[in-house]
Design a protein around this ligand. Structure first.
Ligand code: GUN
Ligand code: FE
Length: 448
C-alpha cells in the first residue's frame, strides 16, 4: 500500500526534514519499501498511476504524518499515581508511595486492569514504542507483555530487579540476588518464546531498578546475563543528589563507572535521567554506545537537576525522551518535548531574579529548539534503543501517527495563509494534545 502525505521526520538532531506530499510505500511486513519525494524522478508517474488505479491512500487536508513517539522511560505500575504525590523528595516518594503501590501488582487482576488502561492511553497519545519498568512480579509483568502484544504496541519490558535488604522494604523485594536474576531470566524466556511475538513486537529488558536497590551480587549476575543474552538493559543513573551521593559512598565511583564495571553499560543500555554526569561519564556513555532517557518533567519534581541535553547531543550521545510515569505527571511525550525546550532555555539564561543578568546566565549555549526535541522524542529514542523505527526511511518499520490539526477538540490552530513547512511542525510540537492524534500505526498495522 502507498500513502500520500505531508510528513515530518528528524533522523539527525539537527536534520529535520519536511516531506511535502511524499509517497510512502509499506510492504506486507510493515516495512517502508519506498519513500518517493515530490521532486524525485518518477514521482508524477507513480502518483498518477496509483491515483488512476484508485489505490492511493491520501491523508485529508490539515492532517500530517509523523513518526510514532518513542517513550524511553515508563514505570507501568505507577500509572494509578499519575499526577499524585509530587511534593516529596525521591527517597521519601519511593518508600511512602511508590513501593506500596508497586507491591499491589502481586494481584494479577489489578495489574491487567491498570496495564490495559496505560497501554491504551499511551497509544492514544501517539506513543508507538515504550520502554517499560514493570514490577518484581513474574505474573503481572507477563500480563504487561501480553497486553502490549494484544493492543499492538511496540514495547520493551523488564521485570524489576531489586533485592537490597536495607534499601527495599520487606513487602516489596526480590528475596535474594539469585531470585532477582532467575526472575529476569524467566521473563526473557517468556518474551522470546511467546507464540504471539513472532514478528518481535516486544523485547525483554534486564532491569536493575537502580544501584541503591540492588546488591552487588545481583548487579554482577545481571551484567553476566546481559552479556549472555544480548538483550536491552535499563536502570536509573545519577538522577538526584541523594542517589548519586549514595553510589559515591557505597562504590567510591559514579553510577556510570559502577554500571560499566558490572557489564551493564552496553549498546542496548538505557540510562534514565543521568542528570549528574561528569564529563568522563559522558565520554564513557558515548564510547559504549549506551543511551540516556531524558525525563524533563520528572527531573523538575524529583531530581532537582537538569540533564544537559544539548551538550549530550553535541557529544554524539544517543538520547531519547521519557515520561517517567509517574515521576512525571504526564503520559504525553509532546508535553515532555515542550518541557525539554523550556528547561533548556531556563538552564541557559539562569532563573534567579535576585542576580544580575550577567551573573544569572551561564554564558553557555544550552538551549534546544523544537527540531531537536522532536528528534529526541522520535528517531533519537529509536536509535538509542537500536530499533529500526522513528523515521520515514526505506527499510524502517512503519510506526507512525496522523496528527489532525483541524480536530474539533484539538489544541493546534493553523492558518492557511501563513503556516507552511517547518512552522506546521513547530505548532504541532508546541500544541499537540491527545485529541489531535487521529490515527496510530505500529509495524504498518493501524492500532488506533
Ligand atoms: N529511582 C528508583 N526508582 C525510581 C522510580 O520509580 N522513579 C524515579 N524517578 N526514580 C527512581
Ligand atoms: Fe524512573
Amino acid at each position: 500500500r502507498t500513502l500520500l502525505a505531508t510528513a515530518f521526520h528528524a533522523p539527525e538532531p539537527s536534520g529535520m526534514e519536511v516531506l511535502e506530499e511524499v509517497l510512502i510505500s509499506i510492504d506486507a511486513e510493515g516495512r517502508i519499501s519506498d519513500v518517493l519525494k515530490s521532486d524525485a524522478p518518477g514521482y508524477t508517474e507513480k502518483r498518477t498511476a496509483l491515483e488512476a488505479a484508485g489505490v492511493l491512500e491520501v491523508l485529508p487536508a490539515g492532517s500530517y504524518l509523523l513518526p510514532g513517539l518513542v517513550d524511553c522511560h515508563v514505570h507501568a505500575p505507577q500509572y494509578p499515581q499519575l499526577g499524585d504525590a509530587l511534593d516529596v523528595p525521591l527517597e521519601v516518594w519511593l518508600q511512602k508511595y511508590t513501593f506500596p503501590l508497586e507491591a499491589r501488582y502481586a494481584d494479577l487482576a489489578f495489574a491487567r486492569e491498570t496495564y490495559g488502561m496505560l497501554v491504551e492511553d499511551l497509544l492514544a497519545n501517539g506513543t508507538t514504542t515504550a520502554l517499560y519498568f514493570a514490577t518484581i512480579h513474574q505474573d503481572a509483568t507477563r500480563a504487561l507483555v501480553d497486553i502490549c502484544l494484544e493492543k499492538g504496541q511496540r514495547a520493551l519490558v523488564g521485570k524489576v530487579a531489586m533485592d537490597h535488604p536495607e534499601n527495599c522494604p520487606d513487602f516489596y523485594r526480590d528475596a535474594s540476588p539469585e531470585e532477582a536474576i532467575a526472575g529476569t531470566r524467566a521473563l526473557i524466556d517468556y518474551v522470546r518464546s511467546h507464540p504471539q511475538n513472532r514478528e518481535i513486537l516486544v523485547h525483554p529488558v534486564i532491569t536493575p531498578r537502580f544501584i541503591p536497590a540492588c546488591t552487588d551480587a545481583a548487579l554482577e549476575g545481571l551484567g553476566a546475563l546481559a552479556r549472555e543474552c544480548g538483550c536491552h538493559v535499563q536502570t536509573h543513573c545519577s538522577e538526584s543528589d541523594w542517589e548519586h551521593g549514595y553510589v559515591l559512598d557505597r562504590h567510591g565511583m559514579t553510577d556510570t563507572e559502577s554500571l560499566d564495571r558490572f557489564g551493564l553499560m552496553t549498546r542496548r543500555t538505557m540510562l534514565a535521567h543521568s542528570n549528574l554526569l561528569t564529563a568522563s561519564d559522558m565520554d564513557r556513555i558515548v564510547e559504549r554506545g549506551a543511551g540516556v532517557a531524558h525525563c524533563p518533567l520528572s527531573n523538575g519534581y524529583f531530581a532537582g537537576a537538569v540533564f544537559p541535553l544539548r551538550a549530550a547531543l553535541e557529544k554524539g550521545m544517543h538520547v531519547g525522551m521519557g515520561t517517567d510515569i509517574s515521576g512525571g505527571p504526564s503520559a504525553s511525550l509532546f508535553e515532555n518535548a515542550r518541557a525539554a525546550i523550556l528547561v533548556s532555555r531556563m538552564f541557559e539564561t539562569g532563573v534567579d531574579p535576585d542576580r544580575a543578568p550577567e551573573e544569572r546566565a551561564s554564558g553557555a549555549a544550552r538551549r534546544i529548539d523544537f527540531r531537536q526535541a522532536f528528534h529526541v522524542a522520535t528517531a533519537g529514542g529509536a536509535k538509542a534503543l537500536d530499533l529500526p523505527v522513528g523515521q520515514f526511511t526505506k527499510g524502517y518499520l512503519f510506526d507512525a501517527i496522523v496528527v489532525d490539526t483541524r480536530a474539533e477538540k484539538g489544541t493546534i490552530r493553523l492558518f492557511d495563509d501563513r503556516d507552511a513547512g517547518e512552522t506546521i511542525l513547530q505548532k504541532i510540537v508546541y500544541g499537540a494534545s491527545r485529541a489531535n492524534i487521529a490515527e496510530v500505526y505500529v509495524g504498518g498495522q493501524q492500532v488506533r
